[in-house]
Design a protein around this ligand. Structure first.
Ligand code: ATP
Length: 293
């Protein structure tokens, strides 16, 4: 069992932005979803875990080793797919993986076999001799997973992997992620709440560098049962409803607005109870979180 403990982690950038604010989190094997709005601090957290940047305070302990003091310890066991893994030299998929395998210290006698097996796994075997820069967005992300898995890492970090992919490629990519298995830590950062619902056994919500909530998606949903109410209203009435109810989400539907309201009892005429989705959990947590400056 791998363990990652993040203790009281803080980071303020040179421009004064506090990207991480005393954040603590424990992560074990399996898929862990990291949710938060733009600028919440997700990428900062992941880069710090990956040993790519320093923190001001706090500790990150991976399998008993303080990796802020010893970043090499995690680098050897880590696969990282950053948001902007976009610049490729003119090399074929096989050649580029070979180059990366050398950098990752994969022994020479294991390289070819491992690379071909990974290309099979991510469904790019037929394209092994094509140049990666000619790949579509979805193919690039699948290639990204192959490079992440080189050298049998114990922890994998993927930052917004399906941004910009069409629904079919997103599905394909998510199926691939879910096959990676429960024997290692997989941290998935995303804006797509339903991806966390379908893929992750544990999750955390962060905002303005602070941890708002962490736990199992199913448990969060259970806790909200009976408290989410839906109503379709005219757009012009939105402000009146916002003044009187705790609106969690508003979604356009055929020119009208479908609102979800959080309330422990029937909030009023025309509201019907709905089974909460993880999106309701996410927005309820964000709306109810203490406001940090
Ligand atoms: N190198 C940097 N220098 C200064 N400020 C930064 C730097 N990197 C990030 N920030 C700021 O720190 C905050 C957290 O950014 P971060 O990229 O970690 O958030 P995020 O949750 O990953 O956002 P997104 O979902 O938009 O990628 C933001 O306000 C961002 O503008």
């Amino acid at each position: 069992m791998n363990t990652l403990q993040i203790k009281n982690l803080s980071k303020t950038y040179a421009n004064g932005v506090k990207a991480l604010d005393n954040l603590s989190l424990e992560i074990g094997n399996g898929m862990f979803g990291l949710l938060g709005p733009n600028g919440a601090g997700k990428s900062t957290l992941m880069k710090t875990i990956a040993g790519l940047q320093s923190a001001d305070h706090g500790e990150i302990i991976f399998n008993g080793e303080n990796i802020l003091q010893n970043p090499l310890f995690i680098k050897k066991q880590l696969g990282y797919l950053p948001q902007d893994f976009g610049v490729y030299p003119k090399l074929s998929a096989f050649q580029l993986l070979e180059h990366l395998a050398v950098l990752k210290g994969v022994p020479k006698n294991e390289r070819k076999e491992q690379i071909l097996a990974l290309l099979q796994k991510v469904n790019l075997y037929e394209h092994r001799n094509s140049e990666v820069h000619s790949f579509s967005g979805g193919m690039r992300q699948r290639f990204g997973i192959a490079q992440v898995l080189l050298g049998n890492p114990q922890i994998i970090i993927v930052d917004e992997p399906t941004a910009g992919l069409d629904p079919e490629e997103r599905n394909r990519f998510n199926n691939l992620l879910s096959e990676i298995g429960e024997q290692l830590i997989v941290i998935l950062s995303t804006h797509l709440v339903e991806d966390v619902r379908s893929l992750c056994s544990q999750m955390a919500i962060i905002n303005k560098g602070c941890l708002i909530a962490s736990g199992a998606p199913a448990q969060f949903i259970e806790q909200l049962a009976g408290t989410i109410w839906s109503k379709t209203i005219d757009k012009k009435d939105w402000q009146r409803y916002a003044d009187n109810y705790r609106i969690i989400t508003s979604q356009l539907n055929a020119g009208r607005l479908n609102i979800h309201v959080h309330a422990t009892t029937q909030p009023g005429n025309g509201f019907t109870a709905v089974v909460p989705a993880l999106e309701d959990v996410y927005f309820t947590q964000l709306v109810n979180a203490p406001q940090h400056v």
